[in-house]
Design a protein around this ligand. Sequence first.
Ligand code: DQA
Length: 136
Amino acid sequence: MKILVINGPNINMLGIREKNIYGDLSYLKLIDMIEKKSTELQIEIECFQNNIEGEIINKIQSAYAKYDGIIINPAAYTHYSIAILDAIKSVSIPTIEVHLSNIHSREEFRHRSVTASACIGQISGFGSYKSEAKRS
Ligand code: DQA
């Protein structure tokens, strides 16, 4: 099982940007958490972050026939990138859209995702929630 994790613009600023919304976990710590979990689950993952729309599209296209799934936080592109929507549709790889914040409880312009319709589903508002931590 091979999963591609894509984070869009400004996600590299986690831990610095709007901590009241996104928390104080840095991007590198988030990736560390994801990598540990994937090792535990014996899933092969690649994590990619980019601030440029075209680079995200190139990455999605390069996943064609190589990955079993994509997990993507398109960040602000969520709300207007028809090009990313088309890229997700092009590769026919099961994709899950993730948002750290609850986009539906924020400004009106964040309520709409143009990319979610190409995805199996959307997870929004759980930050970097660790299910184990809550259980213990
Ligand atoms: C975000 C929500 C977007 O509206 C915003 O532009 C982001 C991050 C989230 O993870 O909550 O950059 O995708």
